[in-house]
Design a protein around this ligand. Structure first.
Ligand SMILES: Nc1ncnc2c1ncn2[C@@H]1O[C@H](COP(=O)(O)OP(=O)(O)OP(=O)(O)O)[C@@H](O)[C@H]1O
Ligand SMILES: [Mg+2]
Length: 197
């Protein structure tokens, strides 16, 4: 099993949304929902599908919970701001996806997440999420690449809130939509990263 944690100490950047959508793209996957807010678990309750399995687990119990999983991929949704548990989760994962929304306040807060990644000696990559559909991000990407690789950009699309309220991923809601294409591209990039490293 390959374990990937979706992290950011800034709230509301799209960690839970990305976790759900990548878990569906991954197919053979389980979600460990470590956030007491339980966004992924709530979404799972709205799904008719069996997969992905969603296990709610306190952040401090991730190591134990991981031993019981049998899926090919395990995606861990994390809560913002909890540093100690974030370091422990990062150390239990092959890769951390640092989710970032383009914006000054998000950039100001990025240092705290990067410090946790360094403290954990984590392998990490960025996911730029909720970018304006037309925004030119080349300067931001260049700055981020000084720290970790940056995957294909995910832009702000109405399909995300629409799908989530139906308990669906964007590629189940509208498989030909731009949101689905961007998520699939991002997942392909992650898969190659994890398998080739
Ligand atoms: N690419 C996107 N396009 C449009 N809306 C998005 C996108 N990604 C996330 N959202 C929306 O942004 C909001 C916050 O997303 P989400 O709850 O996944 O963030 P989070 O990082 O998990 O938040 P928290 O830190 O509170 O756990 C939600 O309303 C979600 O539908
Ligand atoms: Mg969340």
């Amino acid at each position: 099993m390959k374990t990937i944690a979706i992290v950011s100490r800034k709230g509301g950047v799209g960690k839970s949304t990305l976790t759900m959508n990548l878990a569906v793209a991954a197919k053979d996957s389980v979600i460990l929902d470590t956030d007491p807010q339980a966004s992924c678990a709530d979404w799972g309750d709205r799904r008719n599908a069996q997969a992905p399995e969603i296990v709610t687990v306190p952040a401090g119990r991730v190591k134990t919970a991981l031993k019981q999983q049998k899926a090919k991929w395990c995606l861990i949704d994390t809560q913002p701001s909890a540093e100690a548990s974030l370091i422990e989760i990062a150390q239990s994962s092959e890769l951390c996806i640092v989710v970032l929304r383009p914006g000054q306040l998000e950039l100001d807060a990025l240092g705290a997440t990067l410090a946790a990644m360094r403290a954990a000696s984590a392998e990490a990559v960025f996911c730029i999420n909720q970018a304006h559909p037309q925004a030119n991000l080349s300067e931001l990407i260049l700055g981020l690449e000084a720290h970790y690789p940056v995957g294909p950009v995910i832009r702000s699309r109405a399909d995300y809130p629409a799908a989530v309220s139906e308990g669906l991923a964007v590629n189940e809601w509208n498989s030909a939509g731009k949101a689905a294409i961007e998520v699939n591209d991002y997942w392909t990039w992650i898969q190659e990263k994890v398998i080739n490293d």
